[in-house]
Design a protein around this ligand. Structure first.
Ligand code: ADP
Length: 446
């Protein structure tokens, strides 16, 4: 016999006992009155009646509480009390389980909400059931206010509305983001359940930009290589088919060598760019003397100018011991490119001033000033783009590849610095490399 049975038996026993007690009391009273049997029955029935009325009242109290089971269960004696206590316990356990489930769901949704990709759940009639903050941002929706709204009433991009109504979700959709933004969105829809939809969105603006840059780059490189190749092919054909004088032959060969050199420069600049882009952050403990760097750049500059310009290098006495850290070949390439540009773009008779100076906060500046043609303001923001030329014909005539300033910008950024350009048409340009204090130090005299 288990505890429930023994409990039941004891309750039934108690009821029988009180009925029996009522019966005995009735019998004793009835015995004096001469009706012991009748009074015994009346006593037993009264006692059962009283117990039933009390039970009904207690049952009602419990039922009242159960209708809206808030707060503590009513305190009742005996069986009803135990019943109330056990019911409250069951309800508490169920509430705890529900709370745990709710917390788990909230955590799960918070994790989805933390994703940079958007998630939106639609019901069978495309009403929004739930939307993550990224998706709200992507589609220009309000994460709380727009719940239960039909998504196509809010997102009115024709491409999106058509995609959703077509029901063909084999391929993702590319469309502009909300708020009239120029950013690009990739949207996947996955149907599930009974007509429900999972909408996933991803901001692919950067990827698209990179793809466009890559294809533009390939097109530019092909174009830059094709031009000298076509010229070379023409000269080869001329030499092969036409009888040339010695002078003509020498001229054609010189032009051919110019074109070959142009291709060599292009390939070399492309390799430099690729190498810079693919290599790790420059070390901070590799120190190079600025004086030594400037000497080499000055030598190259004088050779390139061949006396056609006034080229001045200013390295103040206190800076002679200055050293910079990073990759020496990259510093040479960046500084050399700025100086060679100044010489190439400045007409004969112009002046080029190259200076190194230190600033009070410990950083340093390398600047190249020329008295060349200057650059119109609208070109300045784009000068460091690959193959961007403000003056295409002059660049090509002087052997420019259109990659020099791209290399400069990459190098200085990798070393934590900055390239600043100021220019005035007709007066000249000033290109400055700002080298951060962390990459500048002053050595001790030998
Ligand atoms: P490029 O090989 O054509 O010189 P760069 O990337 O070095 O390529 O320079 C980009 C463009 O910036 C050049 O085509 C030129 O139009 C302009 N530029 C650069 N430096 C100067 C300068 N010192 N004076 C005038 N224009 C310049």
């Amino acid at each position: 016999m288990d505890t429930t049975d023994s409990w039941l038996l004891s309750r039934v026993g108690a009821r029988l006992l009180s009925a029996g007690a009522g019966g005995v009391a009735g019998w004793l009273i009835g015995d004096r009155m001469g009706y012991p049997g009748t009074m015994c029955a009346v006593g037993a029935m009264s006692s059962v009646l009283v117990i039933s009325v009390v039970d009904t009242l207690r049952g009602h109290r419990l039922l009242d509480w159960l209708r809206v089971p808030e707060g503590v269960a009513p305190t009742l004696p005996g069986m009803w009390g135990e019943l109330a206590h056990r019911m409250q316990r069951v309800l508490q356990l169920r509430e705890m389980a529900t709370n745990q489930e709710r917390d788990r769901l909230a955590q799960f949704l918070a994790a989805i909400d933390a994703s940079p990709n958007g998630v939106m759940l639609l019901d069978a009639s495309d009403h929004i059931d739930w939307i993550s903050s990224a998706a709200a941002d992507h589609f220009g929706l309000n994460q709380h206010r727009d719940i239960q709204q039909r998504v196509t009433n809010l997102v009115r991009q024709p491409a999106f509305v058509e995609y959703l109504s077509n029901g063909n979700f084999a391929e993702p959709l590319k469309c502009p983001m909300g708020h009239g933004s120029k950013n690009c969105l990739q949207v996947y829809v996955r149907p599930y359940g009974d007509g429900l939809k999972l909408v996933l969105s991803q901001d692919i603006t950067e990827r698209e930009r990179a793809d466009t840059m890559r294809s533009d780059f390939v097109a530019n490189v092909s174009h830059e290589i094709r031009t000298p190749l076509t010229v070379l092919a023409g000269f080869i054909e001329t030499m092969a088919t036409l009888p040339l004088t010695e002078a003509e032959r020498a001229r054609v060969l010189s032009l051919m060598s110019q074109q070959a050199e142009r291709m060599q420069h292009l390939v070399s600049d492309l390799l430099t760019l690729a190498q810079i882009e693919g290599s790790p952050r420059p070390p901070s403990h590799n120190w190079t003397g600025v004086s030594k760097l400037l000497d080499r750049i000055e030598n190259d500059a004088q050779g390139l100018s061949r006396g056609r310009h006034t080229v001045v290098f200013n390295l103040p006495q206190p800076c002679k011991l200055c050293e910079i850290s990073g990759v020496e070949s990259e510093w040479l390439s960046a500084m050399g490119n700025l100086v060679s540009n100044a010489i190439r773009y400045t007409p004969e008779g112009g002046a080029i001033t190259v200076s190194w100076s230190s600033t009070p906060d410990g950083s340093a500046e390398f600047s190249v000033r020329d008295t060349g043609p200057g650059i119109a303001a609208e070109h300045l923001p784009r000068l460091t783009e690959r193959f961007y030329r403000a003056d295409g014909s002059r660049s090509r005539d002087t052997g420019g590849t259109g990659l020099g300033l791209s290399i400069v910008k990459h190098v200085i950024q990798r070393h934590g610095g900055e390239l600043r350009i100021t220019s005035e048409v007709g007066k000249g340009s000033n290109f400055t490399l700002h080298v951060p204090a962390s990459r500048v130090r002053y050595g001790t005299p030998a």
